[in-house]
Design a protein around this ligand. Structure first.
Ligand code: APR
Length: 197
């Protein structure tokens, strides 16, 4: 399933995100940026040690801390077919009353800001926070898809001026790479219900 806005297209697929060739794939990271399980584990395992080395450099520049929930950071992709990895930290779901929705939306927005800054044309997202972090999938899908389309509509309808110090949006494709049928089905239902076009 896919939906378009002007010359931007967003599609959904079931795959292992480490196999995806895109300008950037997004990692569902944690605040340490030192790896973990799930997507994080797969990206580091298949991407090789250079990704972790770059994450450690980011930490070193940040007082030996990682990044906060909702933030994102760019590294190379090591041995992966993708060109870059954007490490994004989603919220741990604690019932929905601790700003989880805002943090999840910010994680996607910050990935898109990096994509715009680096003139990336294609990006692949996993379903951030719906694994170990326990975010209910349908709600997370609604936040993910609406955040992506709101960002792209605004960037395409209101191109930045020279004073904005950001280049025009180069992004033309975003793919949500879901790991199982249930998650793919949830994203399909949400995309269909949103009538995104
Ligand atoms: N490709 C695509 N999606 C994947 C892959 C993969 N290789 N592996 C897992 N997923 C899916 C999961 O099934 C889930 O739907 O990604 C979604 C996010 O799950 P997690 O990877 O557990 O990420 P998250 O819920 O954001 O939790 C992040 O888990 O792995 C640790 O270090 C990570 O502490 C961080 C936390």
């Amino acid at each position: 399933m896919q939906k378009q806005y002007k010359d931007f297209v967003c599609d959904l697929m079931r795959a292992d995100i480490t196999t995806i060739k895109a300008d950037a794939i997004v990692n569902a990271a944690n605040t340490s940026l030192l790896g973990g399980g799930g997507v994080d584990g797969a990206i580091h395992a298949r991407g090789g040690p250079s990704i972790l080395e770059e994450c450690k450099q980011i930490r070193a520049l940040n007082g030996n801390r990682g990044i906060a929930p909702g933030e994102a950071a760019l590294t190379g992709a090591g041995n992966l077919p993708a060109s870059n990895v954007i490490h994004a930290v989603g919220p741990i779901y604690r019932g929905g009353t601790s700003n989880e929705a805002e943090i999840l939306s910010a994680a996607y927005t910050n990935c898109l800001k990096i994509a715009q800054q680096y003139q990336l044309i294609s990006i692949a997202f996993p379903s951030i926070s719906t694994g170990a972090y326990g975010y209910p999938v349908e709600e997370a899908a609604r936040i993910a898809l609406s955040t992506v389309f709101d960002f792209v509509r605004d960037a395409l309808d209101n191109p930045p001026t020279v004073d904005d110090f950001v280049p025009p949006l180069a992004l033309r494709k975003a793919t949500f790479v879901l790991f199982d049928e249930a998650t793919l089905g949830a994203y399909e239902r949400v995309m269909h219900a949103m009538g995104i076009s």
